[in-house]
Write a protein that binds this ligand. Structure first.
Ligand code: ZN
Length: 170
């Protein structure tokens, strides 16, 4: 069976990016538990799905996705000061174990969208946060193999995501 729309594919993958001229691993699937996704549901980078479409169990792949087609290019306006008050707990204190340089924090925008941002700087009034995706500006080098392809169930297609072996999900 080939990877196509409304099939559930399981893939082992490794993502490399270039850092100072060398390729380093930025992300990879769990060896025991390959990435499982519903093809065509928009869960993954569109070009990732496009590149492995038509492959079947046992096939290997290796391809590059340019930064602009991956996680986008860095946007300096996505580096913003957030008032320190936003990080106050119920006692008006800032948890400096959590709010410290280099930490990735879950944030919510005005519209209630969840996003992640990296703390660049903490000062008295503001925390400077970088909302750029950590892989922005990076060309992505994917390689891997197809572990399995199966038909999606009607429920999975209706929900737009993969259900576990017991057919339930959270
Ligand atoms: Zn569901």
């Amino acid at each position: 069976m080939k990877i196509a729309r409304n099939k559930v594919a399981s893939v082992h993958y490794v993502l490399h990016v270039e850092l100072n001229g060398e390729r380093v691993v930025a992300d990879q699937s769990d060896l025991e538990q390959p990435l499982q996704y519903l093809h065509g549901a928009g869960g993954l980078l569109p070009l990732f799905e496009q590149n492995i479409e038509g492959l079947q169990k046992g096939d290997t792949f290796s391809f590059e996705i340019k930064a602009a087609d991956g996680y986008g290019t860095r946007d300096d306006s996505a580096v913003v000061p957030v008032p320190i008050k936003s990080f106050y707990d119920e006692n008006g204190q800032v948890d400096d174990e959590m709010v410290k340089v280099g930490n990735v924090l879950p944030m919510v925008d005005e519209d209630g969208n969840q996003m992640q941002a990296i703390v660049l700087e903490v000062n008295e009034d503001h925390v400077i946060m970088d909302f750029n995706h950590p892989l922005a500006d990076r060309d992505l080098f994917f390689s891997g193999s197809v572990a399995d392809v199966r038909e999606a169930t009607a429920d999975e297609i209706a929900h737009g995501h993969v259900h576990g072996p017991g057919g339930h999900h959270h």
